[in-house]
Design a protein around this ligand. Structure first.
Ligand code: 4HQ
Length: 249
């Protein structure tokens, strides 16, 4: 998958192809990153990329001309949908990430300051995407999140011990707890079932914990997902144990 990122901070975004799973995916040619700096297209002596907002108010707005040129240069080399990262966008989710996988090439547009001139959105942006309801200092972290989420879904990006099928959200549920050595850490023991060697019981315990954690912390995720009859049994078991453990206090 080809990612072209239009950004005033290319060195920030470049870190994504230098580290970890995304770094390895870039080495193997599963993803490729190209960076386009709007400042390179600024013509005046100060290489200005921002302007005062019409109508007044605090902050600056990224100007249209050099942004349009940077986007069009990227699009000419690597044609693809232009995604603008902003809080006004479609919320990023695992399911949106799956939908975006059909694209071979994405141009990710990162705004700084108060945002970009609206006419750039009108002229060149195909989709607005938000990584969450909070305010970033710029779209770069959003672009990096999107690249990371998509890369993990590409065939061959994860090793077999990192399989995407085992991940949190693969199943629409939160993840189960994980443990490693030692057996006892500051008085807290590893649940016995995980040391039993009984793989069916271990899978059952993990599913029950995932259902229980989701019920406690993100009940709206359960509303959005139909439980099978065996999942209902596991969750009822979890809820009963949870309610009776509360009575002890
Ligand atoms: N920003 N999801 C404002 C975000 C954001 C988000 C990016 C801050 C755009 C102009 N991007 N700039 N949330 O907060 O993607």
């Amino acid at each position: 998958m080809q990612f072209d990122v239009v950004t005033l901070f290319p060195e920030l975004v470049d870190a994504v192809v230098r580290c970890g799973i995304t770094g390895r995916a870039a080495e193997r040619g599963l993803i490729s990153l190209e960076l386009w700096n709007p400042r390179d297209y600024a013509v005046d002596v100060h290489r200005t990329v921002d302007g005062r907002p019409y109508g007044g108010g605090p902050g600056m707005v990224m100007t249209g001309e050099c942004l349009l040129q940077a986007i069009r240069a990227a699009r000419q080399k690597n044609p693809g949908k232009v995604v603008y990262l902003s809080p006004q966008g479609l919320p990023l989710s695992q399911s949106l990430a799956h939908d975006l996988l059909i694209e071979n090439s994405l141009i990710l547009l990162c705004g700084r300051y108060e945002g970009i001139d609206e006419r750039v959105i009108k002229l060149e942006v195909d989709m607005e995407c938000s990584i969450g309801d909070y305010v970033l200092s710029g779209g770069e972290l959003g672009a990096m999140v999107l690249i990371d989420v998509l890369t993990r879904l590409l065939p061959g990006a994860l090793g077999h011990h990192e399989s995407a099928a085992q991940d949190s959200f693969f199943d629409g549920l939160l993840d189960c707890p994980h443990y490693t050595r030692p057996d006892i850490l500051e008085g807290y023991e590893v649940p016995m079932v995980l040391k039993s060697g009984n793989h069916a019981e271990i899978a059952r315990w993990r599913k029950k914990q995932a259902l229980g954690k989701t019920w406690r912390c993100r009940p709206e995720l359960l509303q959005a997902r139909q439980l099978t009859s065996s999942e209902r049994v596991l969750l009822d078991e979890y809820i009963n144990e949870f309610e009776s453990s509360k009575k002890l206090y």
